[in-house]
Write a protein that binds this ligand. Structure first.
Ligand code: SAM
Length: 345
């Protein structure tokens, strides 16, 4: 974190908010820098007049395509949300450039912080550098969060039976009012969302009208289009669709290319023969039936690979990564940093 966050007046983006641990560390590091541990003269950049907030103007903007993450993290980062040091948006990080531009253009003249914006346009405007671009650091911690894994209804985990879902962003997008409520409440429940201009923009941007399925190419796109009744939006694609309707060759490529599963062919065949697969426990049984006798650790590794492959396909994660790396080249200012933690569940 010391390497990423070096300017007390900098703007830092956490593209993968999750449980909020890294965002909290960014805010705490900014507090630390503000308390006197100033950056070197060389690193210091004059304070940006569009940044308003606590004693140092450093900010953290966090994105997550999973609105549930925003609920959890808003509670954890309540103090920083209230001070204006931190704000979040439900958005796919592949839309980072658009999120910065939209909030800059609609919020640059606004002095509101996310804690007093009341849901108006540009609620994040105070976080965006005056040129709308040029953030000082971008953090990407790829993969699935422990919150997502622990919620059996999401279908990310092979530990419990659950629906074959695995979508990261299928829920309704929360409004700024809801985020404030979550930040100040101790409970864990949340209600459905109402309108939020910022959040909605992010969510709309995150919908992929023409899913590319990363580098798996045309074959998977075609499989998905056929199987998904013409809808190739990533938000409607679930693991159930893939295991129950994709051709064996496409399923095999998901397991092999995204899961790096050496028995991809055997597993894909076994799965297609056993259709319909009605939940994660059923899938686990089928995967296990393809494995030779061996220690439980090896079985867990194979299951991890299979679930990872499906999750990457469902969420079109390779294309998202490609897009955010392109965006990073535009939105991270010269001398700024991009830190990425690879995806491995
Ligand atoms: C490994 S977790 C991050 C954990 C986080 N660093 C923390 O400290 O708790 C990854 C998070 O990234 C989110 N995510 C994955 N792909 C994303 C994307 N394309 N855009 C935005 N968020 C994404 C997931 O929903 C998940 O919450």
């Amino acid at each position: 974190m010391d390497l990423l966050v070096w300017d007390p007046n900098g703007v830092y983006v956490d593209g993968t908010l999750g449980g909020g641990g890294h965002s909290l560390a960014i805010c705490e590091r900014l507090d630390e820098l503000a308390a006197g541990n100033a950056p070197s003269e060389e690193a210091a950049v004059p304070a940006d007049s569009s940044l308003k907030g606590p004693k140092s103007t450093g900010k953290c903007l966090s994105l997550d395509r999973d609105p549930e993450a925003l609920a959890t993290a808003s509670r954890r980062l309540a103090t920083h949300l209230a001070s204006g040091r931190w704000a979040c948006a439900a958005a796919d990080f592949r839309t980072l450039e658009a999120v910065l531009r939209v909030n800059h253009s609609s919020g640059s003249s606004s002095s509101s912080s996310s804690s007093d914006s009341g849901g108006g346009g540009g609620a994040l405007g105070h976080l965006v550098p005056s040129d709308g671009l040029g953030v000082h650091g971008l953090l990407l911690d790829l993969g699935v969060s422990s919150h997502q894994l622990d919620d059996r209804k999401r279908g990310f985990s092979f530990r419990d039976d659950g629906p074959l879902d695995m979508r990261m962003g299928q829920q309704a997008v929360p409004s700024p009012e809801e985020l404030r409520d979550w930040a100040t409440s101790s409970g864990s429940s949340r209600t459905s969302s109402s309108d939020s201009e910022d959040c909605e923009k992010g969510n709309k941007d995150s919908n992929i009208d023409d899913a590319s399925f990363g580098d798996l190419g045309d074959e998977l796109s075609a499989s998905s289009d056929d199987a998904d009744s013409g809808s190739s939006s990533s938000s409607s694609l679930t693991a159930a669709t893939i295991v129950n309707t994709w051709p064996v060759s496409a399923l095999e490529r998901v397991l092999r290319d995204y899961g790096e599963e050496p028995r991809a062919h055997k597993m894909a065949l076994r799965i297609t023969e056993a259709r319909p697969i009605n939940g994660t426990a059923h899938l686990v049984d089928l995967v296990r039936s393809c494995l030779p006798p061996g220690p439980p650790k090896e079985k867990r590794k194979a299951l991890t690979r299979v679930f990872q492959g499906l999750r990457i396909a469902v969420n079109d994660e390779m294309a998202a990564l490609e897009a955010v790396l392109e965006a990073a080249a535009k939105v991270v200012r010269p001398g700024g940093d991009l830190k990425e933690k690879p995806t491995r569940t």
